[in-house]
Design a protein around this ligand. Sequence first.
Ligand code: MN3
Length: 206
Amino acid sequence: MSESSKSSYQLPKLNYSFEGLEPVISKETLEIHYSKHHAAYVKNLNEALNEYHKAESENDIAKMIKLQSLIKFNGGGHVNHTLFWENLAPIKENKNKPSGKFLKAAESSFGSMQNLIEEFNKQTIAIQGSGWGWIGYNKMNKSLEIVTTVKHKTISAFGLIPILIVDVWEHAYYLQYRNERSRFVNEIWKIINFEEVEKRFHKAIV
Ligand code: MN3
């Protein structure tokens, strides 16, 4: 296999420093989460894809099938974390207030933004084990929906376009919040980047 055909997904740059999301997410938590956990998903994704390309060139279908779960897990981890980092912003940037078309849609789908947050928190806190809370846009119904996925499953299977995502794997909060996932999920709204949310929503509705 030539070098050029090697898979090379990269850890995306963060739009803030490791201290940038404090006090909601500590420097230590963010640094480990990003440069250990996310980095490992990227590395493992590239390795699995390279093995997959090799198996494909050798017509080894059994090997290809075996590699699919690795690609799904690490690829989902990479995609989800990338969405997650982008929809967070430091408190001092003042992007943490919902507005515009997204806010209107939240009010029409859930009655109020407060209802949406309460429902999101309830479902996300209740995830059994590791997973992600999502707000997705349903193009068919033209509405916002809350869903949860386990491990690193994405929401594409639900036919939803991702608008907002929150990581509730223990590595996302345990150093600071210990077993109190609910406290973490309640706090996270202080650092949600609603400018990014609004941008995604605009793209989703066209
Ligand atoms: Mn994570």
